[in-house]
Ligand binder design. Structure first.
Ligand SMILES: Cc1cc2nc3c(=O)[nH]c(=O)nc-3n(C[C@H](O)[C@H](O)[C@H](O)COP(=O)(O)O)c2cc1C
Length: 187
């Protein structure tokens, strides 16, 4: 039986919103799906799940370092499961940086792993200056200016392509179901 766990990190809430949306899509297919906010003191992954989705945002060019370390440490278990790694970042709002192959942050993360996730995806995140402390607001605004993004302080935009998330979850679950059926027929 399929049992899905989504592990996520989120500072300003947008990645959490994506997780909740994914969980609702998965549960609509009558598949058990738990969500867990990743805690830096967690040294191991929870066991008892057939598939693991990791969703994490980029901050100042990096995914959460301790979460990436956990992905490295748990390589044996993860390479035996159905897995998905999803990066959420603002660079992915640009069409030429929106795929797993073209997104530099996801590529950098994958290069650190000794195993290959079954699925990967990149989704554009949110920009909401009112949620940031002054330093982050200043820095993100500066980066937006350099990269042709919105700089008005009232900006509150979700660049996320929700239809692409629907498609990702469809493909992901199809492969999770296929692998889980193969396991059953081998037993
Ligand atoms: C302080 C800060 C730093 C960020 N650094 C980057 C970055 O280096 N590259 C990028 O593409 N997006 C960057 N972003 C955009 C976030 O990845 C995006 O806003 C994401 O939706 C945040 O997810 P969260 O709301 O779950 O924390 C940054 C956002 C903030 C607030």
């Amino acid at each position: 039986m399929l049992r899905q766990l989504i592990i996520y990190h989120s500072t300003h809430g947008h990645t959490h919103k994506i997780c909740l949306y994914m969980q609702s899509l998965i549960k609509n297919q009558r598949i058990a799906c738990d969500i867990k906010k990743w805690n830096p003191i967690d040294s191991h992954l929870p066991v008892g799940y057939t598939s693991y989705l990791f969703i994490m945002p980029v901050k100042y060019g990096k995914h959460p370092v301790e979460l990436v370390r956990l992905l490295c440490r748990e390589s044996v278990m993860l390479q035996q499961s159905v897995t998905g790694i999803i990066s959420v970042n603002l660079t992915a709002r640009k069409p030429n940086k929106a795929s797993s192959q073209d997104n530099p942050y996801l590529q950098s993360l994958l290069s650190k792993l000794s195993w290959s996730p079954t699925h990967t995806a990149v989704f554009a995140g949110a920009l909401n200056y009112s949620k940031y402390v002054w330093y982050d607001r200043f820095m993100i605004r500066f980066i937006m200016k350099l990269t042709g993004g919105p700089t008005h302080l009232n900006t509150n935009i979700e660049f996320t392509n929700w239809t692409a998330i629907d498609q990702f979850i469809d493909t992901y679950l199809q492969s999770a179901k296929t692998i889980s059926n193969q396991d059953i027929s081998i037993e």
